[in-house]
Design a protein around this ligand. Structure first.
Ligand SMILES: Cc1cc2nc3c(=O)[nH]c(=O)nc-3n(C[C@H](O)[C@H](O)[C@H](O)COP(=O)(O)OP(=O)(O)OC[C@H]3O[C@@H](n4cnc5c(N)ncnc54)[C@H](O)[C@@H]3O)c2cc1C
Ligand code: FES
Length: 345
């Protein structure tokens, strides 16, 4: 494009804000124990989703919403798989109390943890329950006739904790050599051994062809380590990440700032502490702002920042262009000074 072209090039407008999703009711039709600490369950519903996406659900109105990825490919009977996190608010309930006939409140689907339409070779890195979206992705690849080679590194502490192993074995058998399945166990006496350390990752990458896509899903510490090793070993690779451990309750402390929210000509100002999510502070002040996933994944809570600034984590669903145009997400956004916001168009 010439100088004048770039000078007068119009900025692409930010995509319209999605409507808040209506909560759905799903009735549980089957509950299967996967391992001592995890279950899978099926429901009496259908949903259009992309392999790798998740829903938010809560088993009762008294419990908080939590995210769970589909553990089957699109078009198959819907299934979710949950591993108990000790002392967690929701997962111990689901893994010990969920029964056939129970009704769950559900919102979604959400998420950008989705493979590109085409790629040459993929490396998947899963930790524990982080295997769920990969089973969905692999079943989608199976439906496409296994167009591309994929290596899956499946990290678990012990063989008894391996989730969805029967599904993985069936995928391996159907893949005609396109899927390489590597089980990495902390207590392995033969074969690849964990835990996921830098040396163990490098040993697993050695001797394998370079991927153009790496997708990783699991608890945050493993992901942080894997990201650093992957970017060093495969510079320029397309990296997809889904963190399964999310801080739901921030630890607001320190200074308090004033946020002014302007809507339909009316204005309300409320205090937000450093580290506190703007949406949570707005609710405490009795202000009902639009929200969906409440974890930076859907864009429903997007606002325009009129003055000041709102910090949004890098992995939230806001493009660099939207950030540059002054958009922010209040569900995961925090402030370090006073600011003025209004609903995004
Ligand atoms: C996009 C997405 C998809 C997810 N998909 C699945 C899935 O398919 N299957 C599944 O079992 N889980 C999945 N999770 C995790 C799930 O949403 C919950 O975080 C998990 O079940 C714990 O919820 P809880 O209410 O029991 O624990 P909480 O009450 O939220 O947490 C209790 C404590 O455990 C820590 N914690 C929370 N989650 C984890 C974790 N995964 N590992 C280690 N520590 C943790 C918390 O920081 C907290 O200290 C997903 C998370 C995200 C963000
Ligand atoms: S509510 Fe979904 S991104 Fe904020």
């Amino acid at each position: 494009m010439g100088f004048l072209g770039s000078l007068f090039k119009k900025k692409t407008p930010a995509p319209a804000r999605p409507a808040p999703p209506a909560a759905l009711s799903w009735r549980t039709t089957a509950v299967t124990r996967e391992t001592p600490s995890s279950i899978s369950f099926e429901v009496d519903a259908t949903m259009d989703f992309k392999a790798g996406q998740f829903v938010l659900l809560r088993p009762t109105a008294a419990l908080p919403w939590r995210a769970y990825s589909f553990s089957r490919g699109p078009g198959l009977p819907l299934r979710l798989t949950v591993k108990a996190v000790p002392n967690g608010a929701v997962s111990p309930y689901l893994t010990t109390k969920l029964a056939v006939g129970d009704v769950l409140e559900v919102k979604g689907p959400y998420g950008q943890f989705v493979l590109p339409a085409t790629f040459q070779r993929a490396l998947f890195i899963a930790g524990g329950s982080g295997i769920t979206p990969f089973v969905s992705m692999l079943q989608a690849q199976e439906k496409l006739g296994w167009p591309t080679p994929i290596t899956l590194l499946d990290f678990n502490r012990t063989a008894t904790e391996q989730i969805l192993k029967a599904d993985l074995d069936a995928l391996l058998a159907s893949s005609g050599g396109k899927l390489e399945l590597v089980h990495v166990l902390d207590d392995a006496t033969s074969g690849p051994k964990g835990p996921p350390t830098k040396d163990n990752f490098l040993a697993l990458f050695a001797g394998r062809e370079n991927p153009d896509v790496v997708a990783m899903c699991g608890p945050e510490p493993m992901m942080d380590l894997a990201r650093a090793v992957v970017l060093e070993r495969y510079p320029g690779v397309t990296l997809l990440e889904e963190k399964f451990s999310v801080a739901h309750d921030g630890d607001p402390a320190g200074a308090s700032h004033q946020v002014e929210f302007v809507q339909d000509g009316k204005s309300k100002t409320f205090p937000v502490k450093e580290g506190e999510h703007v949406l949570a502070a707005a609710r405490k002040a009795g202000l009902n702002m639009s929200a969906g996933c409440e974890m930076g994944a859907c864009g429903v809570c997007r606002v325009k920042v009129v003055s000041g600034s709102v910090q949004v984590p890098d992995d939230a669903c806001l493009s660099d262009g939207e950030k540059a145009d002054g958009y922010a997400l209040v569900c995961v956004g925090t402030v370090k000074g006073d600011c003025k916001i209004e609903p995004a168009p």
